[in-house]
Design a protein around this ligand. Structure first.
Ligand SMILES: Nc1nc2c(c(=O)[nH]1)N[C@H]1C(S)=C(S)[C@@H](COP(=O)(O)OP(=O)(O)OC[C@H]3O[C@@H](n4cnc5c(=O)[nH]c(N)nc54)[C@H](O)[C@@H]3O)O[C@H]1N2
Ligand SMILES: Nc1nc2c(c(=O)[nH]1)N[C@H]1C(S)=C(S)[C@@H](COP(=O)(O)OP(=O)(O)OC[C@H]3O[C@@H](n4cnc5c(=O)[nH]c(N)nc54)[C@H](O)[C@@H]3O)O[C@H]1N2
Ligand code: SF4
Ligand SMILES: [Mo]
Length: 686
């Protein structure tokens, strides 16, 4: 064996960039992990977080052995047990619960800790095992569900333009997205467009790192984007810049949608969004004049009660201008709609004994406390940290604290959620196991070859479920497939875009671009909707339009909780991952909430003071930053902080367990709060 090996892998995190990485292994030890210079999207660079991947994987708080709870739920006290004891106890408890309550009393709760098709959410290999048990189905609706559903209603698929083609646009709108923090690799394509003369406009209630770099920044009130889009369309149609021929050939419901646009003159859009009418007119004129316009809209935009409709209406802009037919035009939300892997062959839902109910990842509190017939009795949490990530934190904790609930947590670290586990199982990190990945911001598939042996007794999810199946004596042969054979089944797809992509090739080259046509105009020959056209009106969802945010637009609630809170992606963490890395925690500093001077002054609050951010669901403590980077009426914090490292709660203490209009997604950025001095601070002031 050579002394030094280069092993190609993939970043598994829930980030659109799906980076390809190279691990250098010396004497069985990973000595460096870097971005793959040969990957057209990664181009050698990872990010502030993943540059610390190896360091994090060796942190002293890494879980290396199975654990059994030794204290109260939530307390986080555990004793070490053997794998044999752990599997035996899990098998006994599952068998007992299924006997008494049926398979649906088991909830396999997969998070987005890894997006791997083998070890994580995208495929969730354990799905075969849970299918055989007849467990409830898990709806992973926490991230992109609203946008996916909105785009499916109008375009027929969440897949839109290739983000690399943003380089060809004459005008770029970064709409409800903060790529310099949340997926920076798209930036080089944005910059290439700018070098060719494109103007960059950011649309975000907050002047983010990204918005600060734009030529122009519009700051709408959260959740009002569909009204802004309709206002822009009013200007575009008023100038006669709509493409009659395209509308006629490629769309459905234009006459009706045109009437809807007529209801949103710029003055009305301005009243709803808080963006001045002259700015709406100017941007509408710019879109009308510039071909093509590329719109990069990602998840931030759709975390509101009307989030699905927002994506529907925004995707109508290139349908009205005809830009969906132009190379460099359209909307780029998530390329996952273009991935044609044979997921059914991996998942094997045919192994279920019969139809099963579906439980929502975003509404864990409801699932644990309100759902009956049968109630959830066993919760299997895998690559998820819902006690920190999921809405209505106090309700989630009440659910997790139930004495009659058997909870297994598979993770690498002792998270807020692991503290509630009956059994904790130690998991491998990405460079210690095999996996297959897509990137939802590009068109490449990536193979992750294990680079080193796992530390301690950590096991991949695939192997954990093979062992558990054996322990339970399950006869179904599909439960014992090897990782390679699972990957081969997944790649065995007849779709022309998968032509030539084999496991052998992926292992050799590390990644492969899907065999899409070049240039890639996904809807050149029609849209994958029931009518084959872009649907302004869909049979299932009616006519696209503006659906107001729930809390932001609620005046009675605004009287009690005057500030609209956004809790977006932090620069130093990836959701709750890395929030326990000492260096990144140091760089991130304390949990902060930002507020405009006009809101701070009447409250008598000063910069840097501890404050409490609260509403009727709960509260969290933060340090106040007074700034003009948030618009008045809006407060901004970040997701990702571990509650136990941030004074006991984070932003999800105040977020409602409400579903979006389409797709049943969460409404993280549609939250009203009041911000006050923390009680301790009030006392010291007195
Ligand atoms: N560094 C880092 N990168 C990440 C993540 C992370 O935690 N840290 N998370 C990853 C994950 S899981 C995801 S889903 C993506 C999310 O990444 P993004 O899609 O960028 O989503 P957010 O960070 O939630 O919000 C993006 C921006 O939308 C703005 N916004 C909020 N509400 C509205 C609105 O109503 N209208 C408009 N126009 N803008 C609004 C916010 O102020 C924010 O600046 O990033 C991924 N990348
Ligand atoms: N307030 C607020 N909350 C939010 C959001 C927001 O915008 N605002 N955004 C939401 C979004 S977009 C998302 S995607 C969710 C994400 O929420 P989660 O699904 O909870 O994702 P993470 O926080 O990344 O936590 C995943 C856990 O997986 C573990 N893990 C990582 N890799 C592996 C592995 O290979 N095996 C195993 N077994 N475990 C692994 C990590 O250690 C980590 O503890 O959070 C949501 N929460
Ligand atoms: S988090 Fe995103 S940008 Fe960072 S390495 Fe992973 S895929 Fe690349
Ligand atoms: Mo996400």
């Amino acid at each position: 064996m050579p002394a030094e090996l280069k092993v190609l892998g993939a970043c598994p995190l829930d980030c659109p960039d799906g980076c390809s990485w190279v691990v250098t292994v010396r004497d069985g030890e990973a000595v460096s992990l870097r971005g793959n210079p040969d990957h057209p999207y990664t181009r050698g660079a990872l990010c502030a977080k993943v540059n610390r991947w190896l360091e994090r994987s060796r942190q002293p708080d890494r879980i290396l052995h199975p654990l059994r709870r030794a204290g109260r739920k939530g307390e986080g006290r555990f004793e070490r047990i053997t794998w044999d004891e752990a599997l035996g106890e899990i098998a006994d408890r599952l068998e007992g619960i299924i006997r008494e309550h049926g398979g649906e009393a088991v909830w396999p709760y997969w998070g987005t800790g890894t997006l791997g098709y083998l070890q994580g959410l995208e495929g969730y290999t354990g799905r075969r095992f849970f299918n055989v048990l007849g467990a409830s189905a898990h709806e992973a609706d926490i991230c992109s569900a609203a946008g996916n559903a909105g785009l499916t209603a109008s375009v027929g698929s969440p897949g839109g333009m290739d983000p690399e083609d943003i380089a060809r646009a004459g005008l770029v709108l970064l709409w409800g997205t903060n790529p310099l923090t949340s997926g920076h690799h798209v930036w080089k394509f944005v910059q290439r467009a700018r070098r060719n003369g494109a103007r960059l406009v950011a649309i975000d209630p907050v002047r983010t790192r990204t918005a600060a770099q734009a030529d122009e920044h519009l700051a709408p009130l959260p959740g009002t984007d569909a009204a802004l889009a309709l206002g822009l369309l009013h200007v575009i149609v008023g100038l006669g810049a709509h493409d009659e021929d395209y509308l006629d050939r490629r769309t459905l419901g234009w006459a009706e949608f045109r009437e809807r646009i007529a209801e949103f003159p710029p003055e009305r859009a301005a009243r709803i969004t808080g963006v001045p009418a002259d700015r709406i007119v100017a941007l509408g004129e710019r879109v009308a004049r510039t071909r093509p316009t590329a719109i990069r809209a990602t998840q931030g935009l759709q975390r509101h009660a009307g989030g699905g409709s927002a994506l529907r209406v925004i995707s109508a802009i290139p349908a009205v201008t005809g830009d969906w037919a132009r190379h460099g035009g359209g909307v780029a939300f998530s390329t996952s709609g273009h991935v044609k892997l044979n997921k059914a062959a991996l998942w094997r839902d045919d192994l279920r004994p019969g139809p099963v109910r579906t439980l929502s990842m975003s509404r864990l509190g409801e699932g644990l406390l309100d759902v009956q017939d049968p109630p959830v009795k066993a919760l299997f949490v895998m690559a998820a940290n819902p006690a920190a990530s999921t809405p209505h934190q106090n309700k989630v904790r009440r659910g997790l604290a139930r004495d009659d609930l058997f909870t297994v947590v598979m993770d690498l670290f002792p998270t807020d959620t692991a503290d509630y586990a009956d059994i904790v199982l130690p998991s491998t990190a990405q460079h210690e196991h095999a996996d297959l990945h897509e990137g939802y911001g590009h068109l490449y598939l990536t193979w992750n070859e294990p680079a080193v042996a796992p530390p301690g007794e950590c096991l991949p999810a695939t192997e954990t479920f093979r062992r558990l199946a054996r322990r339970m004596g399950l006869a179904e042969p599909a439960l014992y497939d090897s990782d390679e054979s699972l990957a081969e089944r997944l790649l065995a797809s007849d779709h022309p875009w998968m032509a030539g992509i084999t496991l052998d090739r992926l292992r050799k080259e590390g990644f492969a671009r899907m065999s899409v046509p070049d240039p890639f105009l996904p809807f050149a020959d029609g849209f994958p909707t029931p009518s084959g056209r872009f649907e302004f009106r869909s049979a299932a969802e009616g006519l696209a339009g503006y659906v107001p945010p729930a809390e932001v637009a609620d005046e009675e609630r605004a009287a009690r909780y005057p500030l609209a809170l956004i809790s977006a992606a932090p620069h130093e963490f990836l959701n709750t991952q890395f929030a326990n890395n000492p260096e990144l925690r140091r760089r991130a500093g304390a949990l902060t909430v930002r507020m405009h001077t006009d809101d701070a002054r009447p409250r008598g609050l000063s910069d840097g003071q501890p404050v409490r951010v609260g509403n009727d669901r709960g509260a969290f403590d933060a340090v106040l930053e007074i700034t003009d980077t948030v618009r008045p009426g809006v407060a901004a914090t970040t997701k990702g902080h571990w509650a136990k490292l941030a004074g006991g709660a984070n932003a999800n203490a105040v977020v409602a367990e409400r579903a979006t209009d389409l797709g049943g997604g969460p409404v993280f950025h549609d939250t009203r709060v009041e911000i006050t001095a923390t009680p301790a601070h009030q006392e010291t002031v007195k």
